[in-house]
Design a binder for this molecule. Structure first.
Ligand code: CA
Length: 327
C-alpha cells in the first residue's frame, strides 16, 4: 500500500513555498539610531533584518562612502569642523572631502542645517554620541564578519546615488563601486546583494557596458519624470515593466504606489505588485516609518497587512525592522 505521508505533507510544503517578504533595513535601523552608522546597521542586524541598505556616494579621493545625500551637512558636523568648505549653494559635499577628512566628522541624527531641528523629533537626539562615517568596503567587512560570528546570511542592498551628478563632476560612481562588490562576492544572481538606482540610463549601463551580473532593482518615484531621463510613469505601465524585466530583478517604488487612500476607510490596494509579478519582477516598496505612516492606515500592522497580505509585495524597506518582523 502506498504511503499517505506525501499527501499529508502537501499542505505544509505549500505553506513553506511562500516565504515571508524580505525585510530591508533602510539606512540601518534608522528609526532608532543615526542613519548609516555601524551602530544602526548592527541594531538592524540584531533585530533580524534580511538585508541592510547602503547609500553610496564618492569621496574626493574616489572612495565609495555611505551617505544618503551627495551633501553631508544634514547628518554630520561638517559645517563646524570645516567652515568655508561649502560650495556656492551653501552645501557641503562628500565629493569635496577626502576619506581622512570625512573620518574626522561626527555623524548625527538627521537635522535641518538652517534651524538645527531634528528631521524626526521623536527619534535618537541630534548631536548625542560619537559615530563615524563608514566606507562601503568597511561596511561590507562589518556585515560579512557578523555573518561569520552569527552563522546568518544577511545581505547588502547598495544604492548608487546620483550617478548623473557624479558624471557631471567628472566622476564614475558605478565604476568605483562594482569592483568592491565583485571583490566581496556579490556579483552572482544568487548573491545576497541587490544593487539599486533611480536612474534608468545607469541601470542600462550597469547591465550593458559595465557587465554587472548580480541582482538589480530599478527604483521608481511616484509619478512623472525622474533623474537621468528616467520616465517613472512609463516604467510602471505594462510596456515599461516588460522592458524593465529584461534588465532588472525587481522594482522599488514608494509604498503609495501599492496602497493609497486619504483615510483607512478609503484604502485601496493597486494592481502594481500583481502587474510587476506577471512581468517577472519583484516588488520592494519604500519606506515603512512608524512615525510617518501614510494616511490610508492607522497602524503599522494595517500597513503590513495591506502590503504583505493584499498587495503581496516581495520585500519592504523600513526604518523599523523589528516592527515588520514581529507579525
Ligand atoms: Ca536609499
Amino acid at each position: 500500500m502506498r504511503s499517505l505521508l506525501p499527501l499529508l505533507l502537501l499542505p505544509l510544503a505549500a505553506f513553506a513555498a511562500e516565504p515571508r517578504p524580505l525585510i530591508i533595513a533602510h539606512r540601518g535601523a534608522s528609526g532608532y539610531l543615526p542613519e548609516h552608522t555601524l551602530a544602526a546597521k548592527a541594531l538592524a542586524y540584531g533585530q533580524g533584518a534580511d538585508f541592510l541598505e547602503q547609500d553610496v556616494v564618492l569621496s574626493q579621493d574616489g572612495v565609495p562612502v555611505i551617505f544618503h545625500d551627495t551633501h553631508i551637512d544634514t547628518t554630520t558636523d561638517v559645517a563646524r569642523k570645516f567652515p568655508g568648505r561649502q560650495r556656492a549653494d551653501g552645501r557641503f559635499y562628500a565629493l569635496d572631502f577626502t576619506v581622512a577628512e570625512l573620518k574626522q566628522l561626527n555623524v548625527t541624527e538627521r537635522f535641518n542645517p538652517q534651524t538645527g531641528k531634528a528631521a524626526f523629533p521623536q527619534r535618537y537626539p541630534v548631536g548625542v554620541g560619537s559615530f563615524q562615517v563608514v566606507t562601503l568596503e568597511e561596511e561590507i567587512r562589518f556585515i560579512q564578519s557578523l555573518n561569520r560570528s552569527t552563522g546568518r546570511h544577511v545581505g547588502i542592498y547598495p544604492e548608487l546615488k546620483a550617478p548623473a551628478w557624479h558624471r557631471k563632476e567628472g566622476r564614475d560612481l558605478a565604476a568605483a563601486v562594482l569592483p568592491i562588490l565583485r571583490k566581496y562576492g556579490y556579483d552572482a544572481k544568487e548573491s545576497a546583494c541587490f544593487v539599486q538606482c533611480f536612474e534608468y540610463a545607469e541601470i542600462k549601463r550597469l547591465r550593458g557596458e559595465l557587465g554587472w551580473t548580480g541582482k538589480l532593482i530599478m527604483l521608481l518615484g511616484g509619478k512623472g519624470q525622474g533623474p537621468g531621463e528616467t520616465d517613472f510613469a512609463y516604467l510602471q505601465t505594462d510596456a515599461g515593466l516588460a522592458e524593465l524585466a529584461k534588465l532588472v530583478d525587481g522594482i522599488g517604488p514608494p509604498i503609495g504606489s501599492y496602497v493609497t487612500g486619504k483615510s483607512p476607510a478609503e484604502r485601496r490596494v493597486t494592481d502594481l505588485a500583481a502587474r510587476a509579478r506577471r512581468a517577472g519582477l519583484k516588488s520592494h516598496p519604500y519606506t515603512l516609518r512608524a512615525d510617518e505612516l501614510p494616511k490610508c492606515v492607522a497602524t503599522v500592522d494595517e500597513l503590513l497587512a495591506a502590503l504583505f497580505t493584499e498587495a503581496k509585495v516581495d520585500g519592504l524597506f523600513t526604518d523599523f525592522p523589528d516592527l515588520c518582523l514581529k507579525r
